[in-house]
Design a protein around this ligand. Structure first.
Ligand SMILES: [Zn+2]
Length: 454
């Protein structure tokens, strides 16, 4: 059983072969009528076609007596006897293979498990009853623009389906060829046709894709690499010309001209990604309250204003879910976190000044005995996801803590990835499973997101 990753909720696999894959034909039930392309695409991995004398049936328990029979075998193994949108029951024996689902996502995940079950050209006798523990199972990629395109498409095609990932957050920033603001120039921006292809690949794999633009902070890398917004509009800089900045330049949250540009960019990204959510970043903001417009205002008030301004546009006008990083909303001095992932610059009271339907991405990359942000977000009534990076032990420790202390506010996990090379995106594409280091951490996060951390 160790071969199926993520580990299913309940499974038993017998040594005997049940159904040879060669010549295997599939039939889908009425439930999947509108989604046959997605199912056919997933089956193509095994060279299985639909139609003809089908020994593989996929559909709901109401679609065929064989499926109803298979459902009765698996039902009691599922918590509450419920499949939900993403669960499936897979039965394989000498009568054939049946995958019982309530919708296309369950069908897609059942087929991923089927792919992993195949050994020696056949599907063994098996009973798998599986539903995910978490509704949010994501991978975050900080992209390098068009130069990341080939790696991202490979990741979507080869890695994310295996782990039953349902969300991909793409850090785009200014690395898109914006039609509304061609004055914002970046090296190798994504084109709209590249984005459309990414969106199509994700849709075919039941993956929700969410673009991200770093708002407020991270408008440069230290003082040297200035981002496209402040290059085109240096007057938007909160601390223009200041050399001894703490980390990165910020834009001024009190300057209405900033929003006239940034909202256009967000609109373009929302439209080209056809998304139902947007990630506004807002992590690691240090340069705050220094310009003549902002001076004299408190850090929390300024930060909350920036969040609320983004919210009014993303949620109010565009009706999309808003995601943001959580570090500025945490009182770092009362936590084991450092000043990057736990604010010590007075922004944290902003948590009480912003809408509670923002999804918080609570990122902590090191192993700690406790993660007090978990209780903080839960008590304040915010849904949140845990976010991890390269340390395998830290991933499990943080997720277990969230599972124990986050209650129903902990809705899942987001693996984050901050580089392209062998310790970043590339290590996920090398095909090795169980290698130590970053790849192990990424795979562990995705695995636990499905099967739960306890
Ligand atoms: Zn300002």
């Amino acid at each position: 059983m160790s071969d199926i990753v993520p580990k299913p909720r309940w499974s038993r696999v017998w040594p005997e072969k049940a159904v040879p894959v060669k010549g295997l034909r599939a039939r889908t039930g009425k439930t999947l009528a509108g989604e046959r392309k997605i199912v056919a695409g997933a089956l193509a991995k095994l060279g299985i076609r639909t139609g003809g004398n089908a020994r593989l049936l996929i559909g709901s328990r109401k679609d065929a007596p064989e499926l109803a029979h298979a459902w009765r075998k698996g039902k009691t193994r599922l918590p509450g006897g419920k499949l939900g949108e993403e669960g499936y029951v897979l039965v394989s024996d000498s009568d054939g293979i049946r995958i019982v689902v309530d919708g296309v996502r369950g069908a897609f995940y059942g087929i991923q498990t089927l792919v992993q079950l195949v050994t020696g050209g056949a599907v063994p006798k098996a009973l798998v009853a599986d539903v995910p523990v978490n509704e949010f199972r994501g991978m975050h990629i900080s992209t390098g623009g068009a130069k990341s395109y080939a790696k991202i498409t490979r990741l979507i095609e080869e890695v994310l389906p295996v782990y039953k990932v349902n969300t991909l957050v793409l850090g785009i920033g200014y690395l898109y060829r914006f039609k509304s603001h061609p004055e914002l120039k970046s090296a190798q921006p994504f084109t709209s046709s590249q984005v459309k292809r990414i969106v199509k690949l994700c849709r075919e794999r039941c993956i929700r894709v969410i673009p991200e633009l770093n708002c407020l902070g991270h408008q440069s890398w230290r003082t040297e690499r200035i981002g496209a917004l402040l290059r085109a509009y240096p007057e938007f800089n909160e601390t223009p010309g200041k050399q001894n900045i703490t980390y990165c330049y910020s834009w001024c949250p009190s300057d209405p001209r900033v929003y006239r540009v940034v909202f256009d960019l967000i609109d373009e990204l929302i439209d080209v990604f056809k998304t139902d959510a947007f990630h506004v970043g807002m992590d690691e903001v240090f340069e705050l309250g220094e310009c003549p417009r902002c001076r004299g205002k408190g850090a929390a008030e300024l930060f909350a204003k920036a969040v609320n301004d983004m919210y009014r546009h993303v949620v109010g006008r565009r009706r999309k879910q808003m995601l943001m990083w959580g570090d500025r909303l945490i009182d770092g001095s009362r936590t084991p976190y450092n000043r990057m992932n736990g604010a010590r610059n007075g922004t944290h009271p902003a948590l009480r000044m912003i809408p509670r339907d923002i999804l918080i991405c609570d990122w902590h990359y090191h192993t700690h005995r406790s993660y007090p942000s978990v209780q903080r977000f839960r008590k304040a009534g915010f849904d949140f996801v845990t976010c991890s990076y390269q340390k395998p032990r830290a991933v499990g420790t943080f997720m277990r803590y969230a599972a124990e202390h986050g209650g129903r506010r902990w809705i899942g996990h987001l693996d984050t990835n901050w580089g392209e090379g062998k310790r970043g995106l590339e290590c996920l594409l090398d095909g090795k499973v169980g290698v130590s280091g970053p790849a192990d951490a990424f795979r562990r996060g995705l695995d636990l997101a499905w099967r739960g951390a306890i």
